[in-house]
Design a binder for this molecule. Sequence first.
Ligand code: B12
Length: 397
Amino acid sequence: MSLLLNVTDNRIEEMAERIFKLQFAREDKLEDEYNDYRKSMMFRDIKYNLKILEVAVRYDAEDIFQDYALWLLKLLTSRMEDLSSGRVREQMISHYQIMAEVLREEFDWDYQEKVQVYLENAIRVTKKAELKEERKEELEGELKEELESERKVELEEDVEEEPGEEVAGEVSRMESSAFADSEESELKRLQFRYLNSLLRADKYKARQVIEEALNQDISLEKIYLKVFQQSLIRAGELWHSGEITVDEEHYVTGMIQNNMMQLWPRIFAGEKTGQKLLACTIGNELHEMGVRILCDLMELRGWNSIYLGAAVPVDSILSALAKHKPDLVALSVTMPFYLEQCEEAVRRIKARSEFEDISIAVGGRAFSLAPDLPDKWGVDVMAANAGELAEWAEENI
Ligand code: B12
């Protein structure tokens, strides 16, 4: 835990307990609404909420907390189906108010102001989210009708081909109809068919979809970004809204890893530039598909990638750098909790003169919520994907 705000894990535990007890003392309804399992989840979430607020304040990145507040509201609404979304919102608003009250007594004045502003804004976005969601539902209803009538024939074909359509199938038929006869449209269609196959645990069909894409001369980069990456993102959304389960998401991710590896002979076939990239995720960051995709796409551009996988300790990154002497090190962070370890890694790499020729790149979802950080840390480049990174490297390495 950070020293900046003097918050230790013990302190977080104590604060969480106070917040938890206060919320139950203030809201009689909670005892009826929460069984023991829900109570334990709520206590765990309060600790997460405190930690994420702490990270946002430390890095002066309010988006981190707002994004989290919106994400949590949607998650809880989908997980507590016996409660109305209005009631879940009410609980969250009351929760942030109690957090503000408890934290008022905890932090030094310097941080106090920021903590209070972030919590007020979390309340504001939580209130607003209701309106936004309702409008979206209406819009989706209209859009769905319009699109479904437009391409009825195609929809029927899909149904025939893949009986027992599931959630993602619904979306597939709706969205695929919106993009007629272009490569973009074909990629969308392939992506939805691919994900639908995986959601039915049909790995053979999924593999066949990739074969089809290859037979149509769709580039490997597009297969990676538009089929694999989009399927991962969509699987995340479906999990978030409670439409698929953890095991289904795990299966999708595992099979995408397999399908990527099946493409390796093509990915590694090109000429090599002699440039070397070392890449991994940091802290306890388990989201490693992004950096895996990054490595494969850099290989495709002729780089030799040394992919270390997920959650690599900073000491191990340093020893790997000494061993492999790459031109570029790529550090990936998805969950903002692990920004601190990334900062430490950057600081320690920059402190060693033997690494002065190694450029440092960072990326991943956490940085999109805190885009100023890489500059503040003196990182050489932050990029959204392999294309951007390769372009930067062409000019700078
Ligand atoms: C698969 C997955 C997992 C798997 C990861 C397995 C694996 N082998 O990677 C597992 C099951 C482990 C997992 C766990 C969790 N997950 Co998860 N997960 C996902 C999911 C569905 C896909 C992730 C992914 O691969 N994305 C696609 C890749 C390709 O995108 P990317 O990482 O952004 O990478 C691209 C760019 O950012 C860039 N890039 C990335 N790194 C770098 C680095 C450099 C240097 C550069 C230049 C570029 C770059 O290039 C990449 C390729 O184009 C996402 C959904 C989503 N929207 O991403 C949720 C998601 C990220 N997970 C989420 C959550 C909440 C969790 C858990 C907390 C769940 C839990 N309760 O336990 C844990 C946290 C675990 C941890 N300690 O890290 C949330 C995060 C929400 C938030 N507000 O922060 C998401 C968004 C799901 C959701 N919609 O709610 N997850």
